[in-house]
Design a protein around this ligand. Sequence first.
Ligand SMILES: Cc1ncc(COP(=O)(O)O)c(C=O)c1O
Length: 408
Amino acid sequence: MTAPTHPRTSDELIRAEEPVLAHNYHPLPVVVARAEGAWVEDVEGRRYLDMLAGYSALNFGHRHPALVEAAHRQLDRLTLTSRAFHNDRLAGFAERLAGLTGQDMVLPMNTGAEAVESGIKLARKWAYDVKGVPADRATIVVAADNFHGRTTTIVSFSTDETARSGFGPFTPGFRIVPYNDLAALEAAVDETTAAVLIEPIQGEAGVNIPDDGYLAGVRELTRRAGCLFVADEIQSGLGRTGHTLAVQHEDVVPDVVLLGKALGGGIVPVSAVVGRREVLGVLHPGEHGSTFGGNPLAAAVGTAVVELLETGVFQRRAAELGEVLRDGLAALVGRGVVGFRSRGLWAGVDVDPALGTGRAVSERLMREGILAKDTHGSTIRLAPPLTITADELTSALASLEKVLAVDA
Ligand SMILES: Cc1ncc(COP(=O)(O)O)c(C=O)c1O
């Protein structure tokens, strides 16, 4: 089949995907062609305020000038070496990222799932080499309702049947406990435990925020039990919640932090495992790697991302505008919203199921020029770029109020 040469409409492009693209997503029916800052534009030139920001991959908005400039400069010089050779951008990236996160070492990868896989391998190797767990006996304790990605090992410890069903056999070695339950965690940890792996805030589960003291409790428990605390900050990290990392709300420093999404500045996939030397130091040549991990283009963009975060401006914006978001949502409780959870510029909004599914509400928002995405059932996730203005945020909340009005 040959592709038509005339410019295609949104409807034509959506229909054209059906026979040639795997159906592993169910996107909203909008075809984005251009974007800048917090705004995207579709093929027909309709503008939408992006209240999802690529699930936090666009924390700095679309095409942030400093990030685009860093990418352009690097494109003109050197893009890929593989790790067979050194490149002149990687050392600086690792130094800056370790400094930003208060850790010693960096393992650069590409996607979030790869960072999680890498964290799992590191924790197991550390358990055998440093902790002295007998070969092939290491366990990792995880939380119910987690979302850490889609690889075979990661879905092995998912509690979402859609993510798992049909993909077995699964990787053994994981124990699942309820989230936000320190007693259950304590009961699951034993001498075989390599690590506790959790999201400081569960994004996909609907921006599930644990009780105050939970993260500090996990830190204290893992220290006492002699196992690692691995925090998956792929969605919660890099400014989203009002701090560089969500664990900082409880002054917690994990042994290992997993980063992705915003680390690539919305331009290239960049992820990383950052952690203590005692943990990352267990890897030797040949034991782990990736052709693209740490490539010069990724390192240049990642360094520019770290530079933006070093200013503290984005964390402050997330904290300040987070109050606008929280107040706006609080005013909608009882008026179409039955509950919400928010931290910084990140919210899970439970809409009254009588007003429609989260999907239906997202489609109504789309028609109002607001892009957001449902998660489970009647929950809508809001995660605008941290560059959004107070006026834009207020107008998005007004649109939400409008679509939730009973006569919408
Ligand atoms: C907490 C968390 N971990 C891991 C991932 C997987 O990242 P990726 O889709 O880049 O593989 C995600 C993606 O949403 C996530 O939210």
